[in-house]
Design a protein around this ligand. Structure first.
Ligand code: ATP
Ligand code: MG
Length: 338
């Protein structure tokens, strides 16, 4: 049975349960009323036989009838009250099951997509490295050719390393990531990440400017390294044919620093800007799909920045491209008290 049929069947069963419940409630009301009327009739006939009353009106004024009527009303309220409690519980149960069911389906889909992309992402560099190693083992090659092969293998290995780092980091995020705060010189950290990126992506124009006398920042070194690396990698991957990336570091007042990573790629459509931070999310356009990735990068970036008490926003660059702007508190502990 496929998914949509299963969903329709679930809704039909839920509807049936609600209708059956309404029908039982109606039945209880009528049975209660019938029982009341039958009891009243028996009492009335008894009183008529004893000559205590002569008409219905007289019977309605007796204490016996009033007691019977009061008990009947009480029972009606009881049925109504219990029915409502039951209905609320039932609806809450149905709603809860429905929400969990959809969440589970979505999580399953994400997991499947993730597994597919991760398998591909892991397999292709491993296969390339394997090929290089095999070639080098089998054949004597001129040194230059050999270096080309080694460079290719090195790049693939770097890619694997980045992927494994992201995977490990997202696993950490799932187990309540706690930043390991220390005083950091952000300008130094950015410069070292840029150096690492330059090794991996050789012909990219990477420009870095940092304001002088930036305050030291209380931050988690491995977390921020991952943030910077992912943003720079994205700016290059999605930065068009000849990526031009600008990184700027500035203080914002005494208590915040701002990191900007700007590229000149095709940009991110307004409607996608809130989605890109979701786990495993990748924009479905051909242009970006041609690149490799798992959709973990910006999820990690967002989570780490939040854990530092900062925020990140995405803006279009001029004339084209994207600017990711991170604002971080200089001292996380001081700011989080306010
Ligand atoms: P990974 O980072 O795990 O290798 P990824 O780059 O696809 O994979 P994210 O870094 O989370 O995943 O980015 C999510 C999506 O946002 C990307 O697939 C891409 O479509 C879009 N995106 C991210 N950065 C940019 C950018 N600078 N310009 C244009 N699109 C971008
Ligand atoms: Mg990425």
């Amino acid at each position: 049975m496929n998914k949509s049929w299963l969903r329709i069947l679930t809704y039909v069963i839920m509807l049936y349960m609600l209708l059956a419940f309404a029908w039982w409630a109606m039945l209880l009301f009528t049975k209660n009323r019938d029982a009341f009327l039958a009891k009243a009739e028996v009492y009335k006939m008894g009183m008529v036989a004893q000559g205590l009353i002569r008409s219905d009106e007289e019977f309605h004024n007796t204490a016996v009838y009033r007691d019977l009527a009061a008990a009947y009303r009480r029972q009606e309220w009881m049925i109504l009250g219990e029915g409502l409690v039951f209905l609320v519980t039932l609806s809450a149960g149905i709603w809860f099951i429905n929400v969990s069911y959809h969440r589970e389906i979505k999580a399953n889909e994400q997991r499947r997509n993730f597994l597919l992309s991760i398998t591909h992402e892991l397999k292709s560099p491993i296969a390339s490295i394997q090929l290089v190693l095999e070639t080098l083992m089998k054949r004597e090659l001129p040194r230059e050719k050999e270096l080309d092969f080694l460079k290719a293998a090195f790049e693939e290995n770097e890619r694997l390393q980045g992927l494994v780092e992201n995977l490990l980091f997202s696993a950490r995020l799932e187990n309540a990531y706690q930043p390991d705060f220390e005083e950091l010189d952000l300008a130094q950290l950015v410069a070292s990440v840029i150096d690492r990126v330059k090794v991996r992506y050789r012909n990219v124009a990477l420009d870095f400017t940092a304001q002088e006398d930036l305050p030291l920042v209380m931050a988690d070194r491995s977390g921020l390294t991952s943030v910077l690396f992912n943003l720079l990698e994205n700016a290059i991957k999605y930065g068009g044919e000849h990526p031009v990336v600008k990184v700027r570091l500035n203080a914002h007042g005494d208590e915040q620093v701002v990191i900007e990573v700007a590229d000149r790629g095709p940009g991110i459509p307004e409607s996608e800007r809130k989605n890109i931070f979701q786990k495993f999310y990748r924009i479905g356009s051909e242009e970006t799909r041609r690149t490799k990735g798992t959709g973990l990068g910006l999820f990690i970036v967002d989570q780490v920045v939040r854990a530092h008490g900062g925020n990140i926003n995405v803006q279009p660059n001029q004339p084209t491209g994207t600017i990711f702007r991170i604002t971080l508190p200089v001292d996380h502990k001081v700011l989080s008290v306010h």
